[in-house]
Design a protein around this ligand. Structure first.
Ligand SMILES: [Zn+2]
Length: 85
């Protein structure tokens, strides 16, 4: 069996994008994408969503680096002052 349905492709799309499929399955997916415009569109949207999510995560990291020293100090102080139970 070497044909993949749209449902199968979408079910394993995250594994496909992360390159976690064995080469045979990946080849089946590639062949399906060649003949199925709707799955190509879905894959493009999926990748776009991942890129947006990664971009958002990177921006959050930048914000963490930009945290003012006084704030970090305050957080550390409040933690060390917490009574031990
Ligand atoms: Zn399809």
């Amino acid at each position: 069996m070497s044909s993949v349905s749209c449902i199968e492709l979408i079910a394993f799309l995250d594994a496909y994008v992360d390159d976690e499929l064995d080469s045979e399955t990946r080849g089946d997916f590639d062949r399906h994408l060649l003949v199925c415009p709707s799955c190509r569109a879905y894959l493009a949207t999926y990748k776009e969503t991942i890129d947006l999510a990664r971009g958002a995560a990177e921006r959050e990291e930048d914000l963490a680096h930009d945290a003012p020293p006084e704030l970090i100090e305050a957080v550390l102080t409040s933690k060390s002052r917490r009574p031990k139970s």
